[in-house]
Write a protein that binds this ligand. Structure first.
Ligand code: UT7
Length: 331
């Protein structure tokens, strides 16, 4: 097969609308916490949560549909859908359901699991197919419904997360707007942030058992993950910038996974990026895992903050542990 090297453009974005809001005041009725504690330690004031009618795949499809609309493309034009999620409706994968919801009949679709790094990993994965000339139009979606797996009696974690879905449309182009990337994993630190399978042994026949169970709620060593993030995220952004032959001075926007406002501030500080160039929607959405970067991107583009040609340094980080950065030009 003849291979042509082409580039990638980001031509549209979208996010799902989740009208139900869980405020810090609501949480203080559920656990021993306060708006003051949550706001000062995390920057979060509220988060959106999925209701009974909101499946992971319906949210992801809604984000994908708005991204396609902005791109003026029809679902039939999509070649590939990558759904970054850790909370699928079906452990066999939810991307094919998204494909069906959208009517993207030509597209192959698969899930990619990398927790809060999922969107960056999916963006980079999609770009490789496109650079090889295999696919021309790709929908990358980050979606998570962590409310399903939150321990609502654990104040250390339940105040952090929200649900959501965001998407971008990539198109093959002559000039590559994904300027540089870097991705890392460290499974030795897996225990710092987990949503593990827990099971009991059930006898099948003598000497043979099956392990049946479900997933435990999210558990996190917040301090460890915080330390990891403020050290590793600036490093990986510097590496991605190096690959792009750019420096922090060339960045128009710093777009980090929205985990904690203090992490956003610390990373920006280390990279010497002024606060007005840092995208944050922490206060309104909390941590939406794989969805946080594309939701924040979508809001900033629709607000007219991010403009075509702007250089964006994005970074996802979290469970795995995993972390990654992608430097790209919008539009
Ligand atoms: O998306 C994946 C990536 N995740 C992250 O990046 C999260 C990284 N970690 C963090 O953002 C922070 O560590 C947290 C926001 C999770 C916690 O903030 P912290 O400043 O590290 O607080 P802490 O865990 O050290 O807790 C300080 C105190 C403790 O009380 P004592 O032991 O000092 O008496 C906690 O029990 O705050 C207490 N506390 C709370 N108090 C009121 C913990 N959670 C709460 C709460 N409300 N919700």
């Amino acid at each position: 097969m003849q291979q042509t090297t082409v580039g990638v453009s980001l031509v549209g974005c979208g996010s799902a609308r989740l009208p139900t809001i869980l405020s810090n005041a609501d949480l203080s009725k559920m656990v021993e916490t306060s708006d003051e504690w949550i706001a000062t330690r995390t920057g979060i004031r509220q988060r959106h949560i999925a209701m009974e009618q909101d499946s992971l795949s319906s949210l992801a499809a809604s984000a994908g549909a708005t991204a396609l609309e902005m791109s003026a493309l029809s679902p039939e034009e999509v070649d590939l859908i990558i759904l970054a999620t850790s909370t699928p409706d079906d452990l066999f994968g939810s991307a094919a359901q998204v494909q069906a919801h959208l009517g993207a009949t030509r597209a192959v679709a698969f899930d990619l699991t990398a927790a809060c790094s999922g969107f960056v990993f999916a963006l980079v994965t999609a770009a490789q197919y496109m650079r090889l000339g295999v696919y021309q139009t790709v929908l990358v979606i980050g979606a998570d419904v962590l409310s399903r797996w939150t321990d609502w009696s654990d104040r250390r974690t339940c105040v952090l997360f929200g649900d959501g879905a965001g998407a971008v449309v990539l198109r093959a182009s002559d000039r590559d707007r994904l300027r540089g990337f870097e991705m890392r994993s460290d499974g030795a630190l897996n225990g710092c942030l987990t949503l593990p399978y827990q099971s009991e042994s059930a006898d099948l026949v003598e000497g043979k058992t099956s392990q049946q169970g479900t997933f435990a709620p999210v558990s996190m060593n917040g301090k460890e993950v915080y330390r990891f993030a403020v050290k590793r995220v600036p490093e990986i952004i510097e590496k991605a910038l190096f690959r792009a032959d750019l420096t922090t001075k060339d960045i128009d926007w710093l777009l980090l996974h929205q985990a904690n406002q203090r992490i956003l501030d610390a990373v920006a500080n280390r990279l010497d990026i002024p606060a007005e160039r840092v995208i944050s929607n922490m206060s309104r959405h909390g941590n939406t895992s794989a969805a946080s970067i594309p939701i924040a991107l979508d809001e900033a583009v629709r607000d007219g903050k991010i403009k075509p040609g702007d250089v964006i340094a994005s970074s996802g980080f979290g469970a795995g542990l995993s972390w990654g950065a992608a430097v790209f030009e919008w539009g």
